[in-house]
Each structure stands twice: as structure tokens, then as C-alpha cells.
Design a protein around this ligand. Structure first.
Ligand code: NAD
Length: 475
């Protein structure tokens, strides 16, 4: 059964601007600059024909929104779903602007959407559609390494990014840097190690930062750290699957997961890889051993847990289900999963929310690394790895000579480890999220702001505002 939830408000973009307005009161950005920041600078709405597998023509509706050009290129995923709309891409593009600012990624925000159900379309149809959509974006300069760089979102992945790259390489104005026209590409197409899991892993890194402060845990009645905590993950796609795996890797227990047509709950903890394999092989969660199967995926959100990671879609937690949540902490793996009415109710009830513009920023951080790698045409470890190996080897030699002792094999292996691309990407991601968390938490406490979301928005608004004020406004 697929359950479609009514939205608390029809305006997702209004919701983002509601959070913006709340937070802007705590900044000293002038009101005329605020008015410019909160608008969506440009939306390209297209309808184009794609030949279906039966030879007939399907008319496809698609969008690309560029919310802010204060930094270029703009950046944001492309969503394939039947309910994409202009309002949705504008909201998601705005979130990208603020997210990039929170984690110091020098991009403006953008988002694309194509009205298609990728589960019902054949690969060849999707390829024709993706190539046509890309060529429409090229025609209007809504794609390019220096103007607007898409990435995967709901319903798209490395395969679609490969088609986009290939189309741009064939038709785009810039062949030298064509690789940097899109991120989230496969490794064989010069993607970057760690991009696929970056958003999910980043959400758990964000959670760990939140859980690390004893002072913040006290009002929630929680002990610091993830170890032993029960986590429910909504959505088992690119974000949710990797978040769930990372929760387990870091000592938490995933007691519930949901997908669009069902959910599983097991208070003793689910083996996420086994759940994933079971669904892939059988096409459903039904029949997964031991766990309770729930036909309505929304039910799992209300099961006992300490932490809830909504990682599916926007507007999943509304005033209708907010009072029934049992979690103490919500980590927004998805964009906009908690609407403003639910946000206020949850805050009142003492829950804490790690907001989307920080919690799911891991994806755009690593996309930024991929873009840099593609523009420099060299992988991160290529120029240093062998040198690092030699240097480590020399250090080990000196240590052994001076002490007259050999290191235990485990320590020797640690010392001799030469970094690969994933080491650079992962540590740079961790560093970025640590710095950003420190900044938004400090502001939250020092200014006594209502919550982390307000702090993250205020920080982002000031950075974008600074760009307008310091760069000046053309002409
Ligand atoms: P995806 O298409 O890979 O996965 C979406 C998942 O949600 C699927 O497992 C689907 O079954 C599930 N789902 C849909 N409706 C559901 C429902 N009602 N209940 C439970 N599950 C449901 O998409 P994704 O890339 O994982 O994106 C998920 C969210 O994260 C979106 O809000 C997206 O904008 C956001 N996000 C994604 C990235 C990224 O790098 N992919 C980065 C930042 C934010």
C-alpha cells in the first residue's frame, strides 16, 4: 500500500521562508538584502516530448530552479517523481542555498525536478528523457561547471548523472571541464570515493555531534553518545540506507525502517543489509524474519525509539502525527521532513531537531570535493600517496633505529597506511561538519536562540547577506 500524506500547507517554499523569517530576526542583515536573499532568482519550466517505448510521445514537465546566484555555480539535485512542482523545486533550491552556506561550500542553491515515475519507466525511456532534459538545460545555460551543477536526489542516481555528463560532453560549450558539470557520478566516470554514502553518513556524524554534549542531553533525559540508542529510519534509499548502516557501525540499534509501501519494526534491532537484500530480492518487506511488518509505513514513525531519522520526503511529520512521536531527537536526513507547525509542537514537547540544512549537508560537501577533483583533473591522493608511503616508511625506520625495538604489527600497519581518496574525503567531510556544528551550537547557546534550526538559518543568512554586501550589487 502506498500512503500519500496530505501536506500541512501547500507551500513548501513558504515553509522554508517561514524558517528564514524566524531566523532573520536574530541577524543584522538589512531588510532589503533579506528580501533579495529569500526570493528564488530564477525558475526554468519546460515541457518537452520524449518518445515512449511503444513509439507514442509522452509530454514531460520539468523544472530547474536557481535560488541564489551570490556564489557560482549553483548546486542542487535532480528529482524524478510524479509530484514534482515549481513550488517544490523552489523550496529545495532555497534549502540548498542555506545548506551550502552552513557548511561553507561556495555555491548558490539550485534544484531540478522531472515529472516521471522512475519505477514504472524503462531504462531506455529514462535515458532519452534525461538526455533531452539535459539538452534543454544546456540551451538555456541552466547547467555547466561554472553556472549550475546538478547531482542525484529522489529517484535519480549515478546512472542518470552519467547520462547527463555524456550529453553535456557531446553538446555543452565546455569540453575541458565537462566532467564537473554534474556530481554523484560513478567512480568509473571520475566520481569521488564516498559520495554515494556521504549524505547518510553525514547525517549520523551530525547526530553524533548533537549527542556529544552532556548539557544538551540532560533535558532530553538521554546519556551522551549513540551507543545502545534505538533509531528508526524512514526511507531506505540513498540517504536512509547509508544512515541506517552508519548508525549500526557507530554502535546504535536500528529498530525500525520504512519504505514507500511498508515498514519493519524489531525492538531487538534489524540487520539493515539483510532487510535491503530481502526487499531487493522479493520486491517487498513482507516475509522478513522475526520483525513486525507494518503495511502502513507511517506507523513506524510512532514506535518507541530515542532517535528518528526521516530520510524519505518533505512534510512527513505534521501536526497530525507529531503528538504521537516517541523519539527524543529527530535528525532531518530528508529535506523539509518536519513542517513548521509540527516543528513548533515538537519543540514545545521538548524534542530536539537536528535541521536538514546541517544534517543532510554531507552530500553537497562531498559533491564539492568531486567538482574540485573534476576541475583539477586529478584524484586527491594521486600526487601524494607514494610520497606519503615513503615518508611513513622512513619514520618507522628512524623509530626502530632510535628505540632498538620493533612496533607491534597493528601499530606498524597504522603508521604505514598511505591515504587513499576515501581517507581524504571522509576526514574532510568530518572536519567540515565538526566546524559547522561548533558554529551553529555556539550561536544557539550564546544568543539563546529557540533551537539549532534557527541558529543554522541565521548563520546561513548572514553569510549570504555578507556576500551581497561585500561583493556589491551589479551594476
Ligand atoms: P531515494 O529516491 O534514493 O530514496 C527515497 C526513499 O524514500 C525510498 O526508499 C522510498 O521507498 C522511500 N519513501 C518514499 N515515500 C516514503 C514513505 N511515505 N515512507 C517511507 N519511505 C518512503 O532518495 P534519497 O536520495 O535517499 O533522498 C531522500 C531525501 O533526502 C530527500 O528529501 C532528498 O531531497 C534528501 N537529500 C538527498 C541527498 C542525496 O545526496 N541523495 C542529499 C541531501 C538531501
Amino acid at each position: 500500500m502506498t500512503v500519500s500524506k496530505p501536506r500541512a500547507s501547500d507551500g513548501f517554499f513558504d515553509d522554508v521562508n517561514y524558517y528564514f523569517d524566524q531566523a532573520s530576526r536574530y541577524t543584522d542583515v538589512p531588510s532589503d538584502v533579506l528580501a533579495q536573499i529569500r526570493m528564488c532568482n530564477g525558475v526554468y519550466r519546460i515541457r518537452f516530448p520524449v518518445v515512449r517505448d511503444d513509439g507514442k510521445i509522452a509530454v514531460i514537465e520539468a523544472y530547474r530552479a536557481e535560488h541564489s546566484h551570490h556564489r557560482l555555480p549553483t548546486k542542487g539535485g535532480i528529482r524524478y517523481a510524479m509530484d514534482v512542482s515549481q513550488d517544490e523545486v523552489m523550496a529545495l533550491a532555497a534549502l540548498m542555498t542555506y545548506k551550502c552556506a552552513v557548511v561553507d561550500v561556495p555555491f548558490g542553491g539550485a534544484k531540478g525536478g522531472v515529472r516521471v515515475d522512475p519505477r514504472r519507466a524503462s531504462a531506455s525511456f529514462l535515458q532519452r528523457l534525461t538526455r533531452r532534459y539535459t539538452s534543454e538545460l544546456i540551451r538555456k545555460r541552466f547547467i555547466g561547471p561554472d553556472v549550475d551543477v546538478p547531482a542525484p536526489d529522489v529517484g535519480t542516481g549515478a546512472r542518470e548523472m552519467g547520462w547527463i555528463y555524456d550529453t553535456y560532453k557531446s553538446q555543452g560549450p565546455d569540453t575541458l571541464n565537462a566532467l564537473a558539470c554534474v556530481t554523484g557520478k560513478a567512480m568509473s566516470l571520475h566520481g569521488v570515493a564516498g559520495r554515494e554514502e556521504a549524505t547518510g553518513v553525514g547525517a549520523v556524524i551530525a547526530l553524533q555531534h548533537f549527542l556529544s554534549e552532556p548539557e544538551d542531553m540532560k533535558p532530553l533525559g538521554l546519556t551522551p553518545g549513540l551507543s545502545g540508542k534505538r533509531v528508526i529510519v524512514q526511507g531506505l534509499g540513498k540517504v536512509g540506507y547509508h544512515a541506517a548502516r552508519e548508525v549500526i557501525r557507530q554502535g546504535g540499534s536500528v529498530v525500525g525502517v520504512s519504505v514507500s509501501d511498508g515498514a519493519l519494526y524489531d525492538p531487538d534491532g534489524l540487520e539493515v543489509d539483510a532487510v535491503f537484500d530481502h526487499r531487493r530480492e522479493s520486491g517487498s518487506l513482507v516475509g522478513f524474519p522475526r520483525a513486525q511488518v507494518l503495511a502502513n509505513p507511517d506507523e513506524v514513525l510512532e514506535k518507541p525509539c530515542e532517535i528518528l531519522i526521516p530520510a524519505a520526503l518533505e512534510h512527513q511529520i505534521t501536526r497530525d502525527n507529531a503528538p504521537r512521536l516517541q523519539a527524543k531527537v529527530i535528525v532531518e536526513g530528508a529535506n523539509g521532513p518536519v513542517d513548521p507547525k509540527a516543528d513548533a509542537m515538537l519543540r514545545e514537547a521538548g524534542l530536539a531537531i537536528v535541521p536538514d540544512i546541517y544534517a543532510n549537508a554531507g552530500g553537497v560537501v562531498v559533491s564539492y570535493f568531486e567538482w574540485i577533483k573534476n576541475l583539477s583533473h586529478v584524484s586527491f591522493e594521486r600526487m601524494t600517496r607514494r610520497y606519503q608511503q615513503i615518508a611513513n616508511d622512513r619514520l618507522l625506520g628512524v623509530l626502530t633505529r632510535l628505540t632498538g625495538r620493533t612496533l607491534p604489527p597493528k601499530d606498524e600497519a597504522l603508521l604505514l597506511h598511505a591515504p587513499t581518496e576515501i581517507d581524504f574525503v571522509r576526514t574532510a567531510l568530518e572536519n567540515t561538519l565538526a566546524i559547522s556544528y561548533k558554529r551553529i551550537r555556539t550561536r544557539w547557546k550564546e544568543q539563546a536562540l529557540p533551537d539549532l534550526r534557527t541558529s543554522a538559518y541565521a548563520s546561513a543568512i548572514e553569510k549570504v547577506g555578507d556576500a551581497y554586501v561585500l561583493d556589491g550589487i551589479f551594476p
